[in-house]
Write a protein that binds this ligand. Structure first.
Ligand code: ZN
Length: 367
């Protein structure tokens, strides 16, 4: 069988329950709750669109396995892991700031982290060209001993540590394009020069006091953490500019052996939790840029892990375009929201933001 793009997916990812809420707040308080923002529908609809368009047949579905407790322990404290299990077994509870645990969430979170590990194995063992882990719950906000921002275990951090351990990789880059800062992943590798973490996010959004450009890592990891804060309203052109001016030259100098992406589709223009203006075509172009970097430096080895994205109507169109880019195949699906939309220009405040990053990171990289 011709090698393709792997999609890691399991029905139980859609069974992690976050209950009622109003956007990101739990039920109770002043406003009637409807559905919590991090609910199964967005990601389920990604799968629905892949099936309905028959594009799934062009991709290679791979079943995930559960992460082993010792694999999760590479990134999380034993007591924290036990706490998630205890909450999950007792019907649910709270694992941190906006980190809801429902019944059976422990097993599903193990399968979500295991999905990212499965993606690593599939790519490293050359079963697929690249892989997309369509898993839930997401991971990039989860800290070592604390859940946060709908995340319980940090899937991408666990998978990167697994890749280092199992395959002896010395240079991994993680690009986090979720609209929020990937604080948990940053924490996981803050002292580690083997993992270059690049987060591009909307400034001053979530979590508070994280993701500042001035933070560049520490100890041996100093210079291997790149935070890019972009102003609200940055659209495709601003993201492309950021990639071309900062992300690509840094990755060219780092020469990764594997590229990973925390793919949150919440910089989309319809996202209820973000204020960016990316279109489905913008995500396609970003994925093409990352794929080209992977081909240039590491024989195309690329693993993407789905993070946030809360527009149930739009995230599926963004994600299918990413999968088109990764696979080099066409789904035949037109983005129905594209009609009449004019791409936003590159504004001066976006250029200024990138110049600031270049100034800070210029200490470590030729920019
Ligand atoms: Zn997010």
């Amino acid at each position: 069988m011709e090698k393709s793009t792997g999609v890691i997916w399991d029905e139980s990812y859609f069974w992690h329950q976050t209950g009622n809420g109003a956007l990101n707040i739990d039920s109770g308080g002043w406003i009637q709750a409807d559905t919590h923002a991090e609910n199964p529908e967005t990601k389920r609809r990604v799968k629905n669109l892949l099936d309905r368009s028959k594009f799934m047949k062009e991709l290679q579905q791979i079943e995930p396995r559960e992460a082993l407790p010792e694999e999760v322990e590479m990134n999380h404290g034993r007591d924290y892991i036990k706490k998630i299990k205890r909450l999950s077994d007792s019907g649910g509870g709270d694992a941190g700031e906006h980190a809801i645990v429902g019944p059976d969430s422990y097993e599903i979170a193990l399968l979500s982290a295991g999905g990212a590990i499965t993606a690593i194995d599939a790519v490293m063992q050359e079963k697929v060209n690249n892989a997309y882990a369509l898993t839930r719950p997401p991971g990039h906000h989860a800290e070592q001993d604390e859940g946060m921002g709908f995340c319980l275990f940090n899937n991408i951090a666990i998978a990167a540590k697994y890749a280092k351990e199992k395959y002896g990789l010395k240079r991994i880059v993680i690009i986090d394009w979720d609209v929020h800062h990937g604080n948990g992943t940053e924490s996981a590798f803050r002292n580690d020069p083997d993992v270059l973490f690049i987060s591009v996010h909307q400034e001053n959004i979530f979590p508070k006091r994280r993701g500042q450009m001035s933070y560049t890592g520490e100890g041996d990891g100093e210079g291997f953490n790149v935070n890019i804060e972009l102003p609200a309203g940055t659209g495709n052109e601003g993201y492309f500019y950021t990639f071309d001016q900062v992300i690509e030259p840094i990755i060219d100098q780092f020469e990764p052996e594997l590229i990973m992406v925390s793919a949150g589709q919440d910089p989309s223009r319809f996202d209820p939790l973000g204020r960016m203006l990316m279109t489905s075509d913008g995500f396609y172009q970003l994925a093409m840029k990352v794929k080209a970097l992977a081909e240039k430096h590491c024989e195309g080895r690329l693993v993407a892990c789905h993070e946030g994205g809360y527009s149930t109507a739009y995230v599926p169109f963004c994600t299918i375009r990413i999968l088109e880019a990764l696979s080099g195949k066409q789904s035949g699906v037109d983005d129905p929201f594209d009609q009449g939309y004019h791409e936003g220009p590159l504004y001066q405040n976006q250029i200024d933001a990138v110049e600031k990053v270049k100034e800070i990171q210029g200490k470590y990289w030729r920019l």
